[in-house]
Design a protein around this ligand. Structure first.
Ligand SMILES: NC(=O)c1ccc[n+]([C@@H]2O[C@H](COP(=O)([O-])OP(=O)(O)OC[C@H]3O[C@@H](n4cnc5c(N)ncnc54)[C@H](O)[C@@H]3O)[C@@H](O)[C@H]2O)c1
Length: 432
């Protein structure tokens, strides 16, 4: 926001890029392709443009033409005051008609044109998009979650290794890692001794619904209403609660080894609510015997809470309040909230600064895959009602993706004669 006057007319005072020569072109501009031009994609593109580096958006890809048009209109608006910005980004958006790619294969055309790719489609596509971007030697910002099924996780883990060997910077949008309060709490985690248990919450009203419209193929309907289909979204335990689960994994220094829990659909069970649950409660067990009690609920008019708590032998870390207390409640550390930053902005600031300097600093993909797999393991536990073990879950072969990505392909989950989808039944549903 501080650079608002520089932004007027796109006049960013950009430092020269490093001599590391990360780029294919002769200029010092960092070329960015946006793959998935929805709400988050447009937001991430904006944060990239605000990152103080010399950036140009050169290509946009989306499954749907109207989403590209909306995003392009927002990014090239004369008035960016909604973003708290004076002036606009027009000079930084260079996406003529021939570099707007519509359809499932748009990513294949957009990726080669860029130095950095922003991957912000629904998470079902993340594994193939990430794999392709790594293959083409691009630096990557990709949103969480990074997959929706164990086969997707394996793809991401394999590509993450290759990205490391090629020294490609990869940032995953688990933005708490880029937020001052979490970083300061993490530095001081030893103040609470050994972490013996934890709690994590993502409880709120839920999200949008896109109803079926006449003339839509089943594939188009599911793509438009993606939140409610597991091949695209992975259920809300994966889609949103991953943020909180990831914090606990981060502070624990690893992922759980097994999970058991329960869940179901109490209120969200209409035709347009696909196959996902509206509540999950999972007990995640770590190898050292400590337990994370995790809960997520999407039910209107219930109490809301999005937060994490870590409990140790000597005290507790309250992430939302950003403080550390002993077991009597005395504050041992309080983060100064006046020094809080915007994690969404900072993840882009740090990524693009590293790229501009020719530095290799970020390898978030493996952690992103482990936290995504933790959420998926939780989903398997609530869907089946069984104890689910990490290794067996990861290797169970579950692949929710359709046989092909075309508008006429039938996804694996289809409606019955009443327009309802098959929903998991604990005690009946099995994964291995
Ligand atoms: N880190 C965060 O706090 C945060 C916040 C919001 C969203 N997100 C993540 O961002 C991702 C996108 O969410 P959103 O809210 O922007 O959803 P959205 O529906 O607004 O945008 C997704 C876009 O991707 C497009 N798309 C779908 N399949 C595609 C494909 N195969 N190729 C190209 N484009 C495709 C859609 O048409 C749509 O325009 C999700 O993974 C979500 O979890 C993260």
């Amino acid at each position: 926001m501080k650079q608002s006057s520089l932004l007027a007319g796109g006049l960013i005072a950009a430092p020269l890029l490093s001599n590391a020569n990360f780029y294919s072109g002769a200029s010092d501009v960092i070329k960015v392709a946006l793959i998935g031009c929805g709400g988050r994609g447009t937001g991430a593109a904006t944060q990239a443009l605000l990152s103080k580096q010399n950036i140009k958006i050169v290509a946009m890809a989306d499954a749907f033409r109207d989403r590209i048009d909306r995003s392009y209109k927002e990014l090239t608006a004369d008035d960016m005051s909604d973003y708290g910005i004076k002036g606009n980004f027009k000079a930084m958006i260079d996406v003529p008609e021939e570099r707007k790619f519509v359809g499932f294969d748009g990513y294949l055309k957009a990726i080669p044109l860029a130095d950095v790719v922003i991957l912000t489609t629904p998470p079902g596509f993340r594994p193939i998009h990430f794999e392709e971007a790594v293959k083409q030697n691009k630096h990557i910002f990709m949103e969480k979650p990074v997959a929706t099924d164990p086969e997707g996780i394996k793809k991401v883990l394999a590509a993450a290794e290759i990205a490391k060997s090629k020294k490609l910077n990869v940032v995953v949008g688990l933005q708490r890692h880029y937020q001052n309060s979490y970083r300061e709490l993490f530095k001081r985690k030893d103040m609470i001794g050994d972490i013996t248990s934890a709690q994590a919450w993502w409880n709120n009203d839920g999200v949008w619904v896109n109803e079926r419209k006449e003339g839509m193929t089943e594939m188009e309907y599911q793509m438009r209403n993606w939140y409610y289909f597991n091949w695209l979204c992975g259920d809300h335990i994966n889609e949103q609660h991953i943020h909180n689960i990831d914090v606990i994994n981060w502070f624990k220094g690893g992922h759980p080894v097994k999970a058991q829990g329960f869940g179901g659909r109490e209120v969200r069970k209409g035709k347009d609510h696909g196959e996902i649950f509206d509540h999950h409660f999972v007990e995640f067990h770590y190898a050292d015997g400590s337990i994370l009690n995790s809960q997520c609920r999407h039910i209107p008019k219930t109490s809301s809470k999005v937060d994490e708590l870590l409990i140790g032998t000597k005290g507790k870390i309250y992430c939302g309040a950003a403080n550390i207390r002993d077991h009597k409640g005395n504050i041992m550390y309080q983060f100064d909230k006046k020094t809080e930053n915007n994690g969404y902005q900072n993840e882009h600031d740090e990524l693009f600064a590293a790229i501009a300097k020719g530095e290799y600093k970020f390898a978030d993909a493996e952690n992103g895959a482990h936290s995504t797999m933790t959420s998926i393991m939780g989903r398997m536990a609530t869907y089946s009602g069984q104890v689910i073990e990490w290794d067996k879950a990861l290797n169970c072969g579950q692949n929710l993706q359709p046989s092909a990505y075309t508008w006429d392909t039938l996804p694996k989950s289809l409606p019955d004669e009443n327009g309802k989808y098959k929903v998991a039944v604990p005690g009946v549903t099995k994964f291995y």
